[in-house]
Design a protein around this ligand. Sequence first.
Ligand SMILES: NC(=O)c1ccc[n+]([C@@H]2O[C@H](COP(=O)([O-])OP(=O)(O)OC[C@H]3O[C@@H](n4cnc5c(N)ncnc54)[C@H](O)[C@@H]3O)[C@@H](O)[C@H]2O)c1
Ligand SMILES: O=S(=O)(O)c1ccc(CO)cc1
Length: 473
Amino acid sequence: MSNPFAFTMTIHGEGISSPVCFDVINPATEQVVAVAPDATVQHLDEAVSSARRAAPGWAALPLTERQRYVTRIGMVLLDNAEELADLLTREQGKPRAQAYSELQAAALWCSEMSTYDIPVLSVTSKAPETVNVYRIPLGVVGGIVPWNFPVALAFWKIAPALLTGNTMVLKPSPFTPLTTLRIGELLRNLLPPGVLNIVSGTDALGPLMSAHPGIDKISFTGSTQTGRRVMASAAVNLKRLTLELGGNDAAIVLPDVDVDEVAPQLFWGAFRNSAQICIAIKRLYIHEDIYDRLAQALVQLAKDARIGSGTDESVQLGPVQNRPQFERLKGLLEDSRRNGHHFLSGGSIPEGRGYFLPITLVDNPPDDSRVVQEEAFGPILPLLRFKGIDEVVRRANDSEFGLAASVWSRDEDSALQIARHLEVGTVWINEIHTSLPNKPMAGHKQSGIGVENGEEGLLEYTAPQTVSIKRVT
Ligand SMILES: NC(=O)c1ccc[n+]([C@@H]2O[C@H](COP(=O)([O-])OP(=O)(O)OC[C@H]3O[C@@H](n4cnc5c(N)ncnc54)[C@H](O)[C@@H]3O)[C@@H](O)[C@H]2O)c1
Ligand SMILES: O=S(=O)(O)c1ccc(CO)cc1
């Protein structure tokens, strides 16, 4: 096991520290877990240069060889999952069992994506020629990752980028860099130097990456606000972009559901990972006929939920991940209180250490209130009463975001009709959060550009190259 106070970056297969470090805080205790190196501009240049040097050799390997490497990466994650899950819980705050599941998900992405082929498309042509469309790697990919699922979301990028023949420079969030740095250390002897470089730093490192002329593509997951900045600075060398951004997902519950059956699914669809999921339910539209019954069932689930440090095995929900996010959520609660909203549960902050926020259910606030319009990204959920289908579809679509949504009804046809009218990239019907490596995820509107996962997501790490051969007789 590594010394927990000596985390290093991985640049050209070597462990690299920095003269300057920053603290990583355990959100349950507000104590320092460890310090992480703050990469200098020179570190970033070295990482990019190393990735560039490694790129031709890596791209020249047969796909089967790169598949073997990525499969082995997944095995390393599983072999070290106990240690990594402990660390992830301490830096991120999530319950230990969920940290372990996140490691398993990252390993699944490696093994499943390694079964994909990179297709060569043959185009029918009238002329006496053969036309093939090949997919070639882009070169060096910069991956920028948030703090909610630091490991899983990193591997949504690492697996497809490496499989398609790119090399990488990956930057975890400054709030959760440690598990990713440790994974870099574990992979040093497995991968050729330069194929996967991991650099840590404050938010100042991100813009240096998105403006770096040696990086060909940025795959970014984070807020819409930062996504806009990434897009602006990526113009410098016309970087390719995949942006997975924020969401304000609506769940629409029709009156024919079995309230007792759907209540826990809706509850965890909203509050899992302390509601810090881009695709969490963030606006819950409930038909007026079942509003009171479903609201009561959710209040009971909120009372029963065990909130505390993720290191305690009985805990189901950890703290909010970081101080700025905690303060933002407190502001949202204060705004609701000032505007006279009725809290069905929660609403006040407990005394003591840690960024703990009680599960807060807001009773039918106005559509134009902040708690409805903004992405909370924390355990505050507005319950919204509706009467008619056209009305609820209009209200659900009244958002700058377009990430995902869910519809709940025994009548599959009606639910499908509603789904097809929602302006989002993913809709679940009578289920939620069934993310898999083969399901494309694309944010519409201000929720993103491009696709992660599935064959479409894989091919975003390539450029098409059309080769036309005229037959010479
Ligand atoms: N759509 C998705 O798949 C998805 C997944 C997780 C989180 N999110 C969204 O992310 C947000 C929460 O995560 P966050 O607070 O870490 O987001 P964030 O945008 O603040 O930070 C994300 C990453 O970008 C880096 N960064 C900060 N400023 C940058 C800049 N100017 N240029 C380049 N990089 C920069 C950060 O250091 C971090 O690594 C929420 O809005 C959530 O919905 C979206
Ligand atoms: O846990 S998952 O449902 O796979 C999931 C999906 C998306 C995101 C992005 O925040 C996180 C986790």
